[in-house]
Design a protein. Structure first.
Length: 158
């Protein structure tokens, strides 16, 4: 029996999806770097016996800020979800990227979204991951708060 992927349209994930591995990004097209990240997460899942989730955004922030980009995406949302299923992801949080969310600074994102809502045990990101208002948050800043907010940042080796 194939297990169905759980989709969330907000940050209110169920208790059994907290303390999981969380991959954060747009994951458009799942290129080779994304695949390495997902495969690395699958090894972690097996070793630590925890679930894997993805936090992704719709529309992609780049398209939200640049309305001239019409055919920028490689895959639509359904194709992206199908790709996640192939990597045996347990749950996906699809955050609507809008003006209000784009104004959230990086500390509020870490505190209010990651720590208070999603509560990941491990956060998997690429080494060029940026987040928060005007892309002010970085992997270095995400790592800086890992002890305080009880998560561990993992960056797959390229």
């Amino acid at each position: 029996m194939v297990k169905k992927l759980k989709l969330y349209k907000n940050f209110s994930v169920s208790k059994n999806h907290k303390n999981s591995i969380l991959l954060i990004g747009n994951f458009d097209g799942l290129h080779i770097g994304h695949q390495k990240l997902f495969n690395f997460a699958k090894k972690f899942k097996k070793k630590h016996k925890i679930k894997i989730g993805v936090l992704t955004f719709d529309p992609m922030p780049k398209m939200f800020f640049n309305k001239k980009l019409k055919n920028f995406k490689i895959s639509n949302l359904n194709q992206k979800i199908n790709s996640f299923e192939k990597f045996k992801i347990d749950f996906v949080v699809i955050k609507k990227f809008d003006k209000k969310f784009s104004k959230m600074n990086y500390t509020k994102f870490i505190d209010n979204v990651l720590f208070k809502k999603l509560k990941p045990k491990y956060i998997f990101v690429s080494n060029n991951f940026r987040f928060g208002n005007k892309r002010e948050g970085s992997v270095l800043l995400l790592k800086k708060f890992q002890k305080k907010f009880n998560y561990k940042v993992i960056i797959a080796k390229q």
